[in-house]
Design a protein around this ligand. Sequence first.
Ligand code: ZN
Length: 262
Amino acid sequence: MRAVGLHADVVVATSRAYQTTCTLVRAGGEAFCIDSPVFPDELEIVPALAEQAGFTVVGLLATHADWDHLLGRYAFPDAPLGCAETTAARLVSDPGNAQRKLREFDEELYVERPRPLSLPSAQRLPVPGKLEVGERELELQPTDGHTEDGMAIWVPWARVLVCGDYLSPVEIPMIQGKGTLSGYLATLDRLEPLVEQSDHVVPGHGPPIDGARAAAILREDRGYLEALRSDGEAAKLPLARRTAEQRKIHARNVAHTGSHTR
Ligand SMILES: [Zn+2]
């Protein structure tokens, strides 16, 4: 796991699995842990990483309800979980989904965990809205399209955007579950002004990137989605993300958008 400081109040750890990111944000003696790394040894290190950097984690935040972002309780077993209303609704409507997906991953890779994943009932945060941390405020923006739920977190004083599964340098836009192509495009429009102000963007998968690179990825992703809408399978993948795995995601996007309202 790699950890980098983006600002005196923002530290990001990137997991060895899917390059899933975990972001610690602090103000006035309080800190939140946003999303999570995946492997047990990585989750075990996060509290020490936080302590070393002088971050007192008082709560967990999740950008969305996909299992690989929900493992923070392994690092901070007593911390409450906050998320968007849409994410809380998804957790309630599909209980056990995260545990099931985690078990599949663990069985495939022979990973052992100290205990089953416990997910407390989540605190529903107003999105769009603000969330206090210490004497500062985080700004929450709705994100949907990848899935039907989620939020991006803007840290105004550090000019850092933690956006969940959008703007990834390693993964093409992925539309799954009840996510939609039109929702995804609308989310990119909503994120754009924040990306333009940002020094750093933390995607759900892949290392933190600077604002200019994120803006370029946003344009590429918009181009890809527009091509997906008009040309389906023939849509070209962003140049730097044309691996076999990304082509599989593209094939799933084609199947998904072909059978749903565009
Ligand atoms: Zn994800």
